[in-house]
Design a protein around this ligand. Structure first.
Ligand code: NOJ
Length: 541
């Protein structure tokens, strides 16, 4: 894979990393940037190409850094700007890219801009936020954090007005109608690009503008602004990786790609994610077929980004009522597992720690259209701690070895307890143990990533779901130039036979991408058999 290609991200595998959880280099109980540097070789060996770092900026941490109090610095727990530059340099030396988090929609209420803004109606920063004398405006705008907020407006006593917020009430939304604010945002972006970042994961972008009579999501003004920002970024660092967090249905997400060159090059595919879990719970492919049929083609230069889990709840916003009820029923048997509109658990516990299912979902992650992201710790099958509040359940220390504090830190007290239960505790689930075991999930993940990268079709290919009478098997093709990969997934707990019409590849051989063994020859009735939860990747040609 050439890292220098303009669209390098199409062949890449990404890794989402929570710095606080990764490695504490100075023994204060919090992971930090120098700690991440210690682990770059591990990430390189895993085979990932770029690391998305969760928010790094100074913050009161009421939303783990998504409540920014200073856009130009590093949170003291994480180190200093010099450490960040060092991390970028060390990553680049190893051919790894660094993606920073950019939270544009809102700030912390402790940000000096907001402190000024709320101080009086004629303060110069007043208009940097969204104020109103009524909390009745925009009544049709949904509430996102349904467990903690009852309104998108909060009353502020100092001036007797309400301020607008799409997330927590301590996260006032910025007012993008204000040209001074827009100029400041450009400075922020330039600051981080000058520090050497390769790109940004852009938080909550559908909500930047508000307009009377709309639901304030995906509106034209927001798209126009994102285009303005993209064109600025293109001027100073063309080819910057920009990944938009747009948790919407495909038809509302696609407009964020713009014409392919003027808005977001990359967007998460949110609605596919819960349906992978649903399909494996039901043992049938229907929900995946349905959402992929509802996913239109995207511009050639753009890319979907797919994921199984992340630092938030497994969101159930982009599903139907029925699907949501099914997911809660199946994956959140304890009330504590739910939060807002989602489930706050990790991959391995969600799948009952069944290695066959964990591998099946990872196989889908690596073969569905787009660029995959692995959430830290999922490569070793880490567990969660639902007794921790909010989404902290899935943000516990990375499990490196079986020593006290699991090699994460030498401190007496940690930002969060390490997982210590029987199934997922650090004595059992840790990197060192898995390094030593050739049959471990970690070794398997490395192999999976390596084989994915041998195929340009995975990442760049034309995607096509094939028909099969057997609803328990999901077969799809990815084709790019001469490279054609047929991936089959048995979603059920039974052996399954499937017959595929591969007449268009008549007489070509189908060989297993992992072993190289020829398994069949393409014909009008190519018969294949899969064990329970088995997946097969076949190279055609
Ligand atoms: C989305 C982020 O992923 C989430 O963690 C955060 O709480 C909200 N945006 C608000 O910034």
């Amino acid at each position: 894979m050439s890292q220098d290609k303009k669209d390098w991200y199409k062949d890449a595998v990404l890794y989402e990393l929570y710095v606080r959880a990764y490695r504490d280099s100075n023994g204060d109980g919090h992971g930090d940037l120098l700690g991440v540097i210690e682990k770059l070789d591990y990430l390189k060996d895993l085979g990932v190409d770029a690391i998305w770092l969760l928010p790094l900026m100074p913050s009161p941490l009421k939303d783990d850094g998504y409540d920014v109090a200073d856009f130009y610095n590093i949170h003291k727990d994480y180190g200093q700007l010099a450490d960040f530059k060092l991390l970028v340099d060390e990553a680049h030396k190893r051919g790894l890219k660094i993606i920073a988090e950019l939270v544009l929609n809102h700030t912390s209420d402790e940000h000096p801009w907001f402190i000024e803004s709320r101080s009086s109606k004629d303060n110069p920063k007043r208009d940097w936020y969204v104020w109103s004398d009524s909390d009745k405006k925009h009544a049709d705008t949904r509430i996102i954090f349904t467990d903690s907020e009852t309104s998108n407006w909060t009353y502020d006593e100092t001036t007797g007005e309400y301020y607008w917020h799409r997330f927590f009430s301590h996260q006032p939304d910025l007012n993008y109608d204000n040209p001074e604010l827009r100029a400041e945002v450009k400075k922020i972006v330039k600051h981080w690009l000058d520090l050497g970042v390769d790109g940004f994961r852009m938080d909550a972008i559908p909500y930047l503008f508000e307009r009377e009579g709309t639901n304030n999501e995906n509106i034209k003004e927001t798209h126009d602004y994102l285009k303005e920002l993209r064109s600025y970024i293109d001027e100073i660092k063309p080819g910057t990786f920009l990944l938009g967090e747009v948790n919407q249905w495909p038809e509302d997400t696609i407009p964020y790609f713009g014409n392919g060159h003027d808005e977001m090059p990359l967007l998460f595919h949110f609605p596919i994610m819960p349906r992978l879990y649903k399909a494996v719970a039901e043992g049938k492919r229907g929900s995946i077929d349905w959402i992929m049929a509802r996913t239109p083609a995207i511009p050639e230069s753009c890319q979907w980004v797919v994921f199984l889990r992340n630092h938030d709840e497994l969101t159930l916003e982009m599903v139907t009522e029925e699907e949501r009820a099914f997911m809660y029923d199946h994956y959140a048997p304890e009330p504590r597992m739910k939060i807002n509109v989602g489930i706050r658990r990790r991959l391995a516990p969600l799948l009952g720690n069944d290695t066959r299912k964990i591998k099946l979902l990872n196989s889908m992650l690596m073969t569905l259209p787009g660029t995959p992201i692995i959430y830290y710790g999922d490569e070793i099958g880490m567990g969660d701690n639902i007794w921790l509040p909010d989404r902290n359940s899935v943000r516990t220390p990375m499990q490196w070895n079986d020593s006290p504090n699991t090699g994460f830190s030498e401190a007496d007290s940690l930002y969060a307890p390490v997982i210590a239960d029987d199934d997922f505790g650090f004595k059992k689930v840790n990197v060192a143990a898995q390094e030593a075991d050739p049959d471990s999930l970690l070794h398997w993940m490395r192999q999976l990533i390596k084989v994915r990268k041998e195929h340009s079709a995975l990442g760049r290919g034309q995607f096509e779901i094939l028909l099969s009478e057997n609803q328990a098997v999901l077969p799809f093709l990815n084709s790019h130039e001469q490279d054609v990969v047929l991936a089959l997934h048995n979603l059920s707990d039974k052996r399954q036979k499937v017959n595929l019409d591969l007449s268009r590849f008549a007489a070509q051989s189908l060989s297993d991408c992992f072993s190289g063994e020829q398994l069949a020859t393409a014909s009008q009735q190519t018969g294949l058999e899969l064990k329970p939860y088995e997946f097969i990747w076949l190279s055609i040609g």
